[in-house]
Design a binder for this molecule. Structure first.
Ligand code: LRH
Ligand code: MN
Length: 431
């Protein structure tokens, strides 16, 4: 059976419909930015170089504990997920890397999977372990924890799983391993806070020791869920402490949905940058809890302020600053491929806007305690419509001026519905 793919011809045809207007808008924005001493061509080049990894678990429809409503043409295995990743990359041009989750994406042959990805211009970003679910053939249950479980056999099993993820990642060409554990308690007294943290560090030392020299381990903190009273790695403070304890390859990953409401995440980012312990991000957005909504869909100004800290650090050439950018979302009511394309565009929008900030004027206002001018300097950048730069970067990189419009015009999902009759019990998205 042939597998339908969106051809360059269709992309060119669709781009032809919007190119004249894009050139007009681009010309105008170029003049506006030149008045601010900015060269639009430099910004397009920077935009063409921007990269963000997509989560393999984001290619299928996600759900909640109440329900999951899968759509037509869902990917049924890791190869079909990579097909869709290839399509997203073809249209937005900024997502050549895929982050895998083991065992959800455990390949029979890692070499075959690497070839399949390579044929689509894809490579593998950070691996992700899973000690928050029990697998059918598992000896020890993670019901009461994994790396911090009181029972050494459970901890050993969890450590071995993480080491296996690293081994699979080596064959796939990945260079980082992400550890998020849901370990915690639902009731006061259920867990001894200090002993649990000691166990976490012991287990992480064993995982750290299994890292190849050129790898990094990303530790992800989360305020709550699945535990609802205490979570062992609940905030950036304990995460930072552990990263320091473990060594230079251990860094702190910031998932935007893993903080209490109204926490100043951009300041946490600035702290982790200053301490040389920022691993990178799981970008998404949220209104209440860990909602895993599309990046920039709820709090676009917060996303801009986070990129403002990142661009500021980049400009200051802060030592050891190599943040990994990944999306981590659950697409419950949208086409997953469309949400990933739009989210990748929103990250790039925030990044380009952050490069518009007049940093001399900002520093001057900050040093003069001119709060209004400082905020105004940021707002000028945030309120600049950089869409022509984003579209021109895609178009010049062989992508689509209108990714979602081109995706829909191609009939891709309907074609995949024909190619991918649903298989019972197969869920590609997070539930
Ligand atoms: C936990 C998390 C983690 C992943 C999982 C899919 O909430 O953000 O990064 O392992 O989602
Ligand atoms: Mn995450």
């Amino acid at each position: 059976m042939t597998h339908f793919e969106i051809g360059d011809g269709l992309i060119a045809e669709e781009n032809g419909k919007g190119k004249a207007w894009l050139d007009e808008d681009y010309e105008h924005l170029g003049r506006v930015l030149r008045r601010r001493g900015l060269e639009i061509e430099d910004l397009v080049k920077r935009a063409q170089a921007f990269r963000v990894a997509v989560p393999s678990w984001g290619l299928g429809t996600g759900g909640t504990r109440f329900a999951r409503f899968p759509g037509p043409g869902e990917p049924r295995d890791i190869f079909e997920k990579l097909e869709d990743c290839g399509t997203v990359f073809k249209l937005v041009r900024s997502t050549p890397a895929v982050s895998l989750h083991i065992p959800w994406d455990k390949p029979e042959s890692a070499a075959e999977l690497r070839r399949f990805a390579d044929q689509r211009g894809l490579h593998f970003d950070a691996m992700n372990s899973n000690t928050f679910q029990d697998q059918a053939d598992q000896k020890q249950s993670y019901k009461f924890g994994s790396l911090t479980h009181p029972d050494r056999d459970v901890r050993e099993q969890a450590i071995a799983h993480n080491v296996e993820c690293i081994e699979i990642g080596r064959t796939l060409g990945s260079k980082a391993h992400t550890v998020w554990i849901g370990d915690g308690g639902n009731f006061p007294g259920q867990m001894h806070f200090r002993r649990a943290l000691d166990r976490y560090l012991d287990s992480m030392r064993a995982i750290y020791a299994a890292l190849p020299d050129d790898w990094r381990v990303f530790m992800e903190h989360k305020l709550y869920e699945p535990a609802f009273y205490s979570t062992v790695i609940n905030d950036w403070g304990v995460n930072y402490h552990c990263a320091r304890e473990l060594g230079p390859k251990a860094l702190c990953l910031v998932d935007l949905g893993h903080h209490a409401p109204n926490v100043n995440i951009e300041m946490i980012v600035a702290r982790l940058i200053q301490f040389g312990k920022l691993a990178g991000f799981h970008f998404n957005d949220s209104k209440y809890g860990d909602d895993d909504l599309d990046a920039g869909s709820i709090k676009p100004f917060q996303l801009f302020l986070i990129f403002n800290e990142l661009v500021d650090a980049e400009r200051d050439a802060v030592k050891g600053f190599h943040p990994a950018y990944m999306l981590d979302q659950s697409h419950n009511v949208t086409d997953p491929a469309e949400s990933l394309m739009v989210s990748a565009v929103e990250l790039l929008r925030a990044n380009v806007q952050a490069h518009l900030v007049d940093r001399e004027a900002l520093r001057d206002a900050q040093e003069k305690c001119d709060a209004l001018m400082a905020l105004g300097t940021l707002k000028q950048a945030f309120t600049t419509d950089v869409a022509p730069i984003l579209a021109m970067a895609r178009e010049r990189s062989g992508g689509a001026i209108d990714p979602v419009g081109t995706f829909r015009a191609s009939g891709y999902r309907a074609r995949k519905a024909e190619e991918r009759p649903a298989r019972a019990g197969v869920a590609a998205g997070i539930v």
